[in-house]
Design a protein around this ligand. Structure first.
Ligand SMILES: [Zn+2]
Length: 140
């Protein structure tokens, strides 16, 4: 899946000649799920960083705790964890900060972990990885 058509994200795509390419230009940036790759993996289409920005959400069930957590691969909708506090890091390279903010808020709402376009994956702060509810569900 190509998150967006910036050269630092797509420049070697020709090395994967046998791969099925999910091209953001085939989607309208609706701000919601546009493809379900499986019962656990969805592709969402937004805009703001570029004209179409795809993100992937993956739901993982932890066998130990019974919790389901959501990992979002966000492309450059998030540059890095630092851009949560240093807004200029994403706003200065956004083509539409309002639309990108909507995308960012959505991904923060649904995700436990975000993999940004640059930098390490980070946990979304207010969502605990293991909650009492998950443990109770698992033990029931
Ligand atoms: Zn980019």
């Amino acid at each position: 899946m190509l998150s967006h058509w910036h050269s630092d994200h797509v420049s070697n795509i020709d090395l994967f000649s046998d791969a099925t390419v999910i091209d953001p230009n085939n989607y309208w940036p609706e701000g919601k799920i546009v493809e379900k790759l499986s019962d656990r993996i969805d592709i969402l289409a937004f805009s703001g960083h570029s004209t179409v920005d795809l993100a992937v959400t993956i739901r993982q069930r932890d066998l130990l705790t019974g919790c389901t957590r959501v990992v979002s691969v966000a492309g450059d909708l998030f540059e890095s964890e630092d851009d949560l506090v240093k807004e200029e890091l994403w706003k200065d390279i956004s083509i539409d900060t309002e639309k990108q903010l909507i995308a960012r808020r959505h991904l923060l709402d649904v995700s436990d972990i975000i993999v940004p376009g640059h930098g390490r994956a980070f946990r979304v702060g207010r969502r605990p990885m293991v909650s009492i509810v998950c443990l109770q569900t698992f033990l029931a």
